[in-house]
Design a protein around this ligand. Structure first.
Ligand SMILES: [Fe+2]
Length: 435
């Protein structure tokens, strides 16, 4: 089982051998997810309805295979790494019409639900054969020993791996959401549900023991961070970087005090009990509009049962531990909680600094909302996969950290996740700073 690592930099510098193992592991998880999804939805009554937060697993798996093939086997200039012209003419795909089926930049979300997908066996074959092709080309890279040349030659292999990992986490959101919404109406055998749940935990989730740092009264311990000049963004020696982590820069950061742990269920429950969802004065205009439209009275996938807060996790309802972090929170709810508790969300730079400098800064169980809009760093240049960051620089918010469903090799305090503030199907929580 992957564990969080103290120094995650090396995970951005996976060698040829490490990449081989990781690519095989990621593809095995993708295939297993697809197979379990097929079993889960073999009953036509369990058909997945079109939903803005979901991609069809058939589409998602094909897209993963397509992405890897598009940037590696079909890309004759792949060894140029970041210098590749994104529009360079591609070689033939293993399957007909793969660009028309799986090119995420060109196929909007809704039409993805009505495409003429390949038969299940053909899709499985595409995933298998695609990986074989990738591994063959990766073996050729090992012949090159100049370090800058090697970095360029490995760029797309690393990108394709992280892309597959990100989709694995997204698949777990879909599975969780699906089993909550549809699974309840579907008469699945207990054995099947158990298999899906155990698969999801075993293959996708990293086990992260959560050690809350709570003071008496249930509030988090505080960490004081001294003012000073800090370095942000990815330095060249750190290895692979996403375009939105570049270029690196230094910035003066005033001192601040931040929670040593994300806001717990007990702390959030106190806000619910204090009428937090009924008091407009705690909410931003956008937040109150969201709350009113959704008629939200609790975090999503939660319910109150005999005075206990329960959460639906992969179709199973269970009482949540009071000292665990609250999850499935929108940025609006996080801000309303802060207004009630007279706290504030950290900026992304405050979070990054505290995570880098504090030994006991419990992170990795839930993604954590920040107050920072997702914006390019000064001097941003889009990388060849131009739609990774650039289209999302409006309206999205930065989340830091990682969730229990994030693969260990994706966990890095430098990483900038981003979502619209109303998203709550993701494993999102928050921590706070003193005002
Ligand atoms: Fe993708």
């Amino acid at each position: 089982m992957p564990k969080q690592v103290k120094n995650p930099d090396f995970l951005r510098q996976l060698s040829v051998e490490q990449l081989q193992t990781a690519l095989i592991e990621a593809r095995t998880a993708t295939q297993a997810f697809l197979e379990h999804w097929r079993i889960l939805t073999h009953d036509p009554r369990a058909k997945l309805p079109l939903h803005v937060e979901w991609n069809l697993p058939e589409w998602e798996a094909g897209h993963i295979a397509w992405f890897q093939e598009y940037w590696i086997a079909r890309n004759p200039d792949r060894s140029a790494g970041l210098q590749v012209n994104p529009d360079t003419p591609r070689l033939a795909s293993l399957i007909a019409n793969s660009d028309a089926l799986y090119h995420s930049s060109e196929i909007a979300h809704d039409p993805r639900w009505s495409l003429p997908f390949p038969e299940p066996e053909e899709l499985k074959h595409y995933l298998d054969q695609g990986l074989e092709g990738t591994l063959t080309l990766l073996r050729e890279v090992s012949a090159c020993d100049d370090s800058s040349q090697l970095k360029a030659a490995l760029y797309f292999f690393r990108l394709a791996l992280y892309h597959e990992d990100m989709h694995a986490e997204a698949a777990s959101y879909s599975m969780n959401h699906y089993l909550h919404d549809v699974g309840q109406r579907w008469e699945a055998g207990e054995e099947e549900i158990e298999m899906i749940t155990s698969f999801t935990y075993a293959s996708v989730f990293s086990e992260m023991p959560f050690k809350p740092r709570l003071q008496e009264g249930g509030r988090s311990e505080q960490r004081m961070i001294q003012a000073g000049e800090r370095q942000f963004g990815a330095l060249p020696e750190m290895g692979f970087a996403f375009d939105n982590e570049l270029p690196p820069f230094t910035q003066w950061l005033p001192s601040f005090s931040i929670d040593a742990t994300p806001v717990s269920v007990a702390e959030y429950y106190a806000f619910i009990q204090a009428g937090g969802y009924q008091n407009q004065s705690y909410w931003s205009d956008a937040g109150w509009l969201w709350k009113s439209q959704q008629q939200a009275e609790l975090p999503r996938f939660h319910r109150l049962n005999a005075g206990h807060l329960e959460r639906c996790c992969f179709g199973n309802w269970h009482v949540v531990r009071e000292d665990s972090p609250i999850v499935h929170i929108t940025a609006y709810e996080a801000e309303a909680w802060c207004a009630w508790a007279e706290r504030r969300l950290p900026s992304e730079h405050e979070w990054t600094t505290a995570a880098a400098e504090q030994d006991e800064f419990n992170w990795g169980q839930v993604w954590e909302w920040t107050q920072s809009d997702f914006l390019p760093f000064d001097g941003f240049i889009a990388h060849p996969y131009q739609d990774y960051s650039q289209p999302w620089f409006t309206g999205h918010r930065v989340l830091k950290g990682a969730s229990f469903a994030t693969h260990a090799r994706m966990r890095n305090p430098m990483y900038r996740n981003f979502y619209l503030p109303m998203r709550n199907d993701i494993y999102s929580g928050f921590r706070t700073c003193a005002r």
